[in-house]
Design a protein around this ligand. Sequence first.
Ligand SMILES: [Cu+2]
Length: 485
Amino acid sequence: MLTRRSFLASAGALAGSAALAAGPPAPALLRATGAPHPAAGAGVKAVRLVAAERPTALPCFGGRTLPLWTFSDAGFPPVVRLKHGERLEVRVENALARRNEHISVHWHGIRLPNDQDGVPYVTQEPVRPGESFDYAFVPPDTGTFFFHTHCNTAEQLGRGLAGVLIVEGDETEAYDAERLLVVRDWAIQADGTLGPFFTQEGAARRGTFGNVRSVNGEAQPTLPVPAGADVRLRVLNVDAARMVQFGIEGADWAIVAIDGIAVPPFSTKAWWASPATRLDIVMRSPGPGGTAVLYDYYAPDPVPLATFLSEGPAMRGGPFDPAPLRAAGIPEPNLGRAERLRFDFSNAVGVPSAVPAEAPDAGQFIGDICLTPQTFWAINKQAWPGQDHSAVPPPLATLDRGRSYVFTLVNTTPHIHPIHIHGHTFKVLGSNKRDLPVHHADTVLLLPKERVEVAFVADNPGDWMFHCHIIEHQETGMMGILRVA
Ligand SMILES: [Cu+2]
């Protein structure tokens, strides 16, 4: 059966968060990904995004209309699709009514020129209410990506300022169908207002979860799929805080890409997906009338997120043997000549903070944006923003352009930290706690006390953000800059 796949994790019972921490060694991957992308084509995809408050009644809101902040009248989430080789041209307009609520758009996972990266004060000036900014770049990689703002992100993302970016052209054989699953919480108070997006308790621990879980704005939706088909599922965790452990019951399935980048198809019982992680999955849907369920296993009892309902006659027979995606053109690090650097992700004890502990708004996001009331976290004993994003710190490291690096990412805390690098994509080499297939990722999960080795070629010049993607951790110190020069 497993002609193309390897089977990664133990087939034993899966019980909560520790289930994947141990398991048999991963066998060698049986089949490589397809040939690299053909030469880029031409063409322009023009998009207009208008950040504004839009009263929105998502199905998961239970009949309530809430004041979301979104990028499009199309609701949440907007989906931008383009073909590999096309140039994306985006005009972003800030129509938010709140004074000083500035924005920028970060194209998460895209290896783009530094001045298009969308980080206020670092790569561009903030886009203030009434202003606009034009982004233009050719995404070098195919895959499933997303975009979001990069300041006051806990609130802006919490209110809905995010979208999906899909770069097509990676399929070596067309799958039979495709479904998009955008997973996130919404925080809704009893009086129908949104929030809280930031709490002192959440920021200092595992983040503030919402109280309404959703897939594509619905609570436990049923998605029709063709029966007996190889269905591509683009699954995105766009939550600001919640860790999810995705798995499917009732169907064979394999992961074919992580963070948009192809991986030889492999099966597993479940996969950790931190905030910002994207998984491309191929699922052989059940026979006519059958169902399969996408679960989150990272809970005392598995949480069903969505149900797939097979419709029509079965499209395929024979064993499940998903076609691989095309390999990405990410430069291969030279491990033998790489410089090795260590980064400790820690709490901020002993790290000076300029913020008075008795700040009157401590525990809530304070009035002006890009300000943080507390510092809880640090990278190599350096905390940023440490009150103010606009005071840009010196880089954590300056990397030689074109040189290969191996980073050892060390989590010294008892909490989970998904570590994201801008402008580059890591090759994940291994962990001291888990058997991971070698794969690429722009957001690398660190379990408590875990140590993960990653490698990459520092080939993209500029100052790049390097931070935890639990947004409250990012906003309370676990953020820094890597300079490639
Ligand atoms: Cu973190």
